[in-house]
Design a protein around this ligand. Structure first.
Ligand code: RIB
Length: 297
């Protein structure tokens, strides 16, 4: 069984479904509202657990009404919550509008901003025994850096999902075994022009890159020329959490080799968009295998 540590955010997602996005200053009547558990870190932890991994989460929740349900939701998915700290103040929230399968998200970090390098340090032992660590960027950058350094010192590979993106020092990127940006995130990360061809950006990155392209699948490059994995054809209900499912599946299947991990990650991400909510469509292994058998892309 793959053993993963996820260092990242946990949010309450306040999701409104509407026929289209409102214009600035416009009030629009929506179709539906749901509040569901999210956050890139929590989502990646749940997706990996559903795919059969043993998952330990390092995160922070607030002492508000959202905190305990968010933590209990992770526990009910089989994620270890031993390293989830309860801090003073609000839990993270995300206001999400979904229209025609696309989403717009505003995140208020809340407790996620209080996840410190000390929290990661305290969990060193669990990191040392992991097959891989997954970290995103909805937590303080100093905590991302601490995760990269602590895992590197223990020789544990880190998959850095640079979302939401900010420019990062090359030295940090070299500590990651893989980075998993989309095109916009990779350009931001490298401080490059957003119009630069993504293949050229991938060649310039100081570490191996797995670049997600939504419905077009993913590109990956360890060294040499970037390779392409086509996307799977599904009916899109809500794309929220597709990137998180991709990252989790990539980490879970990495022991099968890079091309297979990317293919299975594309399949898992495709399944994730077929239901509402970041975690709504996250698949179990049998669903991934069934899609792979149905569509030989
Ligand atoms: O990646 C999707 C997630 O981004 C949502 O669950 C939301 O909480 C934001 O963190």
């Amino acid at each position: 069984m793959t053993r993963l540590v996820v260092v990242g955010s946990i949010n309450m997602d306040l999701v409104t479904v509407a026929a289209r996005f409102p214009a600035p200053g416009e009030t629009l009547i929506g179709d539906r509202f749901v509040s569901v558990h999210g956050g890139k870190g929590g989502n990646q932890a749940v997706a990996a657990a559903r795919l059969g991994a043993e998952v330990h989460m390092i995160a922070a929740i607030g002492d508000d009404a959202f905190g305990d349900p968010l933590r209990d939701g992770l526990a009910s998915e089989g994620v270890s919550i031993e390293h989830i700290a309860r801090v003073e103040g609000s839990s993270g929230t995300a206001s999400i509008t979904v229209a025609n399968g696309e989403n717009e998200i505003v995140v208020v970090p809340g407790a996620n901003a209080q996840l410190t390098p000390a929290h990661v340090s305290k969990a060193q032992q669990v990191i040392a025994s992991a097959d891989a660590v997954l970290v995103q960027m909805e937590i303080p950058l100093e905590t991302v850096e601490a995760t990269l350094r602590i895992a590197d010192a223990q020789r544990v590979p880190v998959i850095l999902n640079p979302a939401p993106a900010q420019p990062l020092p090359s030295e940090w990127l070299r500590l990651a075994r893989y980075i998993t940006p989309n095109q916009h995130e990779l350009a931001t990360l490298l401080g490059a022009d957003a119009s630069e061809d993504f293949r050229s950006l991938m060649r310039r990155a100081p570490c191996p890159v797995v670049l997600t392209r939504g419905g077009e699948g993913a590109w990956f490059r360890e060294e040499g020329e970037p390779q392409h994995q086509a996307g799977f054809d599904v009916e899109v209900v809500d794309s929220t959490g597709a990137g998180d499912t991709f990252n989790a599946a990539f980490a879970v299947y990495l022991h099968e080799g890079l091309p297979i991990a990317v293919r299975k990650a594309c399949a898992a991400a495709a399944l994730s968009v077929t239901r509402l909510g970041a975690r709504g469509g996250m698949p179990h292994p049998a669903e991934v295998e069934a899609l792979l058998a149905r569509q030989r892309v």
